[in-house]
Design a protein around this ligand. Structure first.
Ligand code: NAG
Ligand code: NAG
Ligand code: NAG
Ligand code: NAG
Ligand code: NAG
Ligand code: NAG
Length: 236
């Protein structure tokens, strides 16, 4: 643990820290994720004018160009990432803006926050669409169920993605994930993150937090994935 902490501190200067988990997914797999999320009926329709309006209000909190919309999800992702990573005051500001955004969209929220719907709309490219969706799903967790844990252990969970332990979970995920084992690979990456956050931040809640931070992006595509609260088997 002490060893891990020392190498972690050494890396902070070189690597950025991230509350929205950094990992990449190929365009093929982003498209596959979208396919898994395809809404089954016309029951839920996203009103794009409303989405643009709510996005505009959201952007005003963060100095984002008012013309930045959901089709520029990568800009939104990196801006929100920077705010979240500054300090807990800024994190609270993001969460307040997210609550307003959620209320602004009302019952359209979940139909608008659908990767399939986003990629169909206005020719949004795969990576911008994916970054858009994972920003807001990430906030659902960080500002919702994960809020207490992130407040308790801000420094550890914020810096964790700079560690080799984090990187090795993501590397094995990237090397193994395919359309044949998609949800299974996400479950394995979630379990891996559960283990390394638990060991690195030294508690069960942090393990659960790390797993959920990853799972939330995929809860619609892979609804069966679970993040356990530890195994009573702390691996040294
Ligand atoms: C993903 O889907 C989009 C839209 O259907 C398409 O333009 C793009 O070529 C696809 N990308 C890949 C890698 O299949
Ligand atoms: C869904 O919407 C499309 C296009 O608006 C329409 O053609 C189709 O009939 C609708 N399907 C159902 C089941 O309502
Ligand atoms: C916003 O972006 C548009 C298009 O990229 C640009 O023309 C405009 O000047 C920008 N506005 C501000 C206030 O930066
Ligand atoms: C949080 O970060 C912002 C922006 O970097 C800074 O202006 C502010 O003083 C910081 N607040 C605290 C309590 O550190
Ligand atoms: C869709 O794309 C067009 C042309 O690029 C743009 O003018 C319009 O604002 C976009 N609509 C939305 C809802 O983003
Ligand atoms: C819990 O233990 C089971 C069996 O030992 C293992 O497969 C699973 O990955 C463990 N989960 C975590 C989060 O460590």
């Amino acid at each position: 643990m002490r060893f891990a902490l020392i190498s972690l501190l050494g890396l902070v200067a070189l690597c950025r820290s991230d509350l929205l988990l950094p990992f990449s997914l190929s365009n093929d797999l982003i498209n596959y994720t979208a396919q898994l999320e395809q809404p089954s009926s016309n029951g839920s329709i996203c009103n794009v004018a409303q989405l643009n309006y709510c996005q505009y209000l959201f952007n005003q909190n963060f100095g984002l160009n008012s013309s930045v919309s959901y089709d520029q999800g990568s800009d939104i992702f990196s801006t929100i990432q920077d705010y979240l990573n500054s300090n807990v005051t800024q994190l609270n500001k993001v969460c307040k803006a997210r609550t307003n955004f959620y209320h602004c969209l009302g019952h359209s929220y979940y139909s608008c926050m659908n990767l399939h719907t986003r990629l169909e709309s206005n020719n949004t490219d795969s990576s911008n669409g994916f970054d858009y969706i994972r920003t807001f799903r990430g906030l659902e967790w960080v500002c919702g169920g994960g809020f207490r844990e992130v407040m308790n252990q801000y420094d550890c969970v914020e810096n964790f993605p700079t560690t080799n332990a984090y990187q090795s979970c993501i590397t094995s995920f990237s090397q193994s994930v395919s359309t044949n084992n998609f949800c299974q690979s996400i479950q394995q990456a979630g379990d891996c993150l559960n283990r390394v956050y638990r060991n690195g931040c030294d508690n069960l809640e942090a393990g659960h937090y790390g797993c959920e931070s990853f799972r939330y992006t995929f809860y619609k595509a892979c609804p069966g994935i679970q993040c356990s609260m530890g195994n009573n088997t702390l691996v040294a």
